[in-house]
Design a protein around this ligand. Structure first.
Ligand SMILES: Cc1cc2nc3c(=O)[nH]c(=O)nc-3n(C[C@H](O)[C@H](O)[C@H](O)COP(=O)(O)OP(=O)(O)OC[C@H]3O[C@@H](n4cnc5c(N)ncnc54)[C@H](O)[C@@H]3O)c2cc1C
Length: 424
């Protein structure tokens, strides 16, 4: 048995991105975007398309953090909320705007991929959120109605249909988001980078901002090892890195470590039994299970890191346990790649855009579920910056609040996942 790669699968399978260099010297721009994940690259692309001068500085290469570590599921669903609960929480106008943004985020993503002809193994074959319990199935049935009444292609698939679609009898039913699916996320962000540069954005790699401050003239000044950028406005799109860039962002999100893994390409006989019609799913259990294929027939799944399962050997064992628990036919399957990433979670479980004042804005919208939402937020933020009107965003822009007892709170996602693991 070959040792599994510790690099994200996408590093082996994504087409090369555009050639980039480190920032050298001092440059001037209108908008500086810090971070070259999906949030930053979507913002930069849409700003450049709107004719706004934009520079992106990325600590590694585009996609080197959560984006390139992700599972690549395009999942236009709330994590904890529903369209009705959001309308109740934010009021009908703001609530419906947020739901409309989330609901159309998957289509937005696939349209963008088509518009820029991005080669990223895009498959719009549906996203499912299956549930184990009958009462949750009943609840999901109602949630399907909430999405449908707002015009979205969301349906509830009954138990037999879920078994047929997913290839496991573990679930009592599933929501199906018809516009969802999956992509190669690293290929996607590399494609966005290329499109942004073609539209006029400047993108620098290996350029970690070490200090961000306002100069005497009121403009932002970002310093990195090789040079600096002066800008009238700045977008913090560094996800976990936002904490080190602005005092107000220090305690805004909580880390959740996630282990992703991919099998070797499965033979057709197995692919006919597991997710036989394609599609992707993330179940609604506390110790989340997800699955999708890539274009070569590798099954890709994940589990949250816990205090009980630590280190590569334990990860492998857990990966196999999880796969065979849901799909016994996968007994003995080889794990080809296994990698870790940090999903930064907002306590609201919602995408957030923060106004930091003086022309600085932060996107904090990872939540382990941000590929399509960050894409739309980037597009909307670009339009809002071009029009100088942050209220145009579908996300209610607010000031970040420090999470109380942060050092303890930062350990809570892993604690919760450990409890969920023990109950699994
Ligand atoms: C393991 C894992 C699995 C996931 N699976 C899915 C999934 O299947 N579907 C889904 O929708 N979402 C998923 N997510 C969430 C999704 O990946 C994120 O929501 C999304 O990629 C976040 O994009 P981003 O641009 O905000 O952040 P990132 O991709 O983290 O980008 C931030 C960038 O900022 C850079 N940076 C940081 N500090 C600095 C600095 N000081 N100077 C310059 N640059 C800096 C980093 O290098 C990084 O490239 C997953 C996340 C993880 C970790």
């Amino acid at each position: 048995m070959k040792a599994a790669s510790r690099l994200a699968l996408w590093r082996h399978t994504a087409p090369a991105g555009p050639s980039l260099t480190q920032l050298q010297g001092d440059v001037d721009t209108d908008v500086l975007v810090i971070g070259g994940g999906i949030a930053g690259m979507s913002t930069a692309l849409h700003l450049a398309e709107a004719g706004v001068a934009v520079v992106v500085v990325e600590a590694g290469e585009p996609g080197s953090a959560a984006t390139g570590q992700s599972g690549g599921l395009i999942a236009p669903d709330y994590i904890r909320h529903t369209p009705d609960s959001i309308a109740a929480q934010f009021g009908p106008e703001a609530g419906e705007r947020l739901t409309a943004m989330l609901g159309r985020s998957a289509q937005h993503c696939f349209d963008l991929i088509a518009r820029h002809d991005i080669d990223c193994d895009a498959r719009q074959d549906g996203f499912y959120t299956p549930v184990h319990q009958h009462d949750l199935a009943e609840q999901q049935r109602r949630v399907a109605g909430q999405w449908q009444s707002r015009g979205f292609d969301v349906s509830f698939v009954e138990q037999a249909g879920a078994e047929d679609a997913l290839g496991t009898d573990a679930y009592r039913g599933a929501l199906r988001f018809g516009q969802g699916g999956s992509i190669n996320p690293l290929a996607y962000v590399r494609g966005l980078t290329e499109a942004a540069m073609a539209a006029g954005a400047y993108v620098y790699r290996d350029t970690a901002v070490r200090d961000l401050s306002r100069a005497a003239d009121g403009r932002w000044h970002a310093r990195a090892a090789g040079g600096s950028v002066r800008a009238s406005r700045v977008v913090l799109a560094a996800n976990g890195g936002n904490a080190g860039l602005h005092r107000a962002m220090r305690r805004a999100a909580l880390p959740l470590n996630v282990v992703e893994f991919a099998t070797t390409p499965l033979p057709a006989a197995l692919r006919d039994r597991i997710l036989p019609h394609g599609g992707a799913f993330t179940d609604k259990s506390s110790y989340i299970f997800s699955a999708r294929y890539d274009g070569d027939g590798r099954l890709i799944s994940a589990f949250p890191r816990t205090w009980c399962v630590r280190g590569p050997r334990a990860y492998h064992k857990e990966a196999r346990r999880r796969l065979t628990k849901h799909f016994p036919a996968l007994h003995g399957v080889e794990i080809e790649s296994l990698w870790e990433g940090i999903a930064w979670i907002n306590t609201s479980f919602l995408p957030e855009v923060y106004d930091l004042g003086d022309g600085a804005v932060a996107i904090q919208a990872c939540n382990g579920r941000g590929i399509s939402t960050n894409t739309v937020i980037g597009a909307e933020l670009a339009a809002a910056l071009a029009g100088d009107d942050l209220s145009a965003l579908s996300v209610s822009v607010r000031s970040p609040a420090a999470i109380p007892f942060y050092p303890l709170a930062a350990r809570s996602p892993e604690l919760m996942m450990t409890l969920a693991y023990l109950a699994d």
